[in-house]
Design a protein. Sequence first.
Length: 152
Amino acid sequence: MSTMGQRIKKAREATGLLQTQLADAIDVKSAGVISNWEKDINKPNAERLISLCKVLNIELSYLLDYYGPEELPVSPQERTHLEKYRVLDEHGQGTVDVILDREYERCTKGAPPKEVDTELEAYRRELEAEQKGEISSVSDVIPYGAQVKRNA
């Protein structure tokens, strides 16, 4: 389990900010204050916690490492993935869903990676056929969110 200081540092580094830049952004005296937080020597007060969350684009629950009984823990990287996913159109989301389902199956049920590779290759061929106009849409072949099995 990571400490609050480790989570602050990880989020700061993920945004590409230096300690001095973060200090300026949240209006603290110096980079030394940030350094002390990251080393768990001191902890930010409630006002600074909120400022950190805004500047670092993280959830307060992540920083505090408290998710409550109903909340699912989401790392900054997972949040970025979710934000990107929400920008995708139906076709893009369908593509991600197919890959995610296959990888989940592989990791949880021990499905051999070759099946996943075959699935991706078949999907790639369908995308190419769509681009060439041979089919009207991959979604004609793979309905959004569908569980599809193909013969290789």
